[in-house]
Write a protein that binds this ligand. Structure first.
Ligand code: GAR
Length: 218
């Protein structure tokens, strides 16, 4: 069984879906700890309710990004995770941190990468008139939101969408694709070796595409 440390900054709905799927036995993994850079992140409450260890490391208490990241890595490493999953962790990570977790650091990002790295992805998709938008589960490399993508979760953009309605739809697909990618990794169905992804033993040359089920398209 793999051990996961989840890093959050906020609500933690992605964390919740991972917790739920572990609890139902869908994902064969254990969350060893949930770590937040904000003491008031609601995701911490979700973790406590699930009986998971929580830690808070406030970035404001550190003089530099590097100092924060070093302490964060020390804290994470106490739990000896096989996988570190960023789930709404709103911090840019230093190169040293990212390289320390080479091939073990996973992120969910609210766009169809390589489109819209960084912030305000829903707004940018609406402004561009995109017909499709979504989320990506990807390995993290030092360049922001640029690592190998495992899954694209694709949602339609509706004519009357606002940032809020579109964000809601993207969240729905995130809750499908993040647990799926973690399940694949936990069961060694998915491997990332020498910068090559294989799924069920076959090379994955482009992200797996998962579409939102019609009943969630509201
Ligand atoms: C998610 O939409 C995730 O894609 C995004 O934060 C949200 C967290 O929601 N992450 C990023 O923007 C990272 N750059 P949650 O706290 O409800 O899981």
């Amino acid at each position: 069984m793999i051990k996961i440390v989840v890093l959050i900054s906020g609500n933690g709905t992605n964390l919740q879906t991972i917790i739920n799927q572990i609890n139902t036995g869908e994902i064969n993994a254990e969350i060893a700890a949930v770590i937040s850079n904000r003491a008031n992140a609601y995701g911490l409450e979700r973790a406590r309710k699930a009986g998971i260890a929580t830690e808070v490391l406030e970035h404001g208490d550190f003089a530099s990004r590097e100092a924060f990241d070093q302490s964060l890595a020390k804290l994470i490493d106490r739990y000896q995770p096989d996988l570190v999953a960023l789930a709404g962790f709103m911090r840019i990570l230093s190169d040293a941190f990212v390289l320390h977790y080479h091939n073990k650091l996973l992120n969910i990002h609210p766009s169809l990468l390589p489109k819209y790295r960084g912030l305000n992805t829903h707004q940018r998709a609406l402004e561009a008139g995109d017909k499709q938008h979504g989320a990506s589960v990807h390995f993290v490399i030092p360049e922001l939101d640029a690592g190998t993508v495992i899954i694209h979760g694709v949602v339609p953009v509706m004519a009357d969408d606002t940032v809020e309605t579109l964000a809601h739809r993207v969240h729905c697909i995130e809750h499908i694709i993040y647990p799926k990618a973690i399940k694949w990794l936990a069961e060694s169905d998915l491997k990332f070796e020498n910068d090559r992804l294989t799924l069920h033993g076959k090379a994955l040359t482009e992200p797996v595409k998962v579409y939102l089920p019609a009943h969630l398209e509201l």
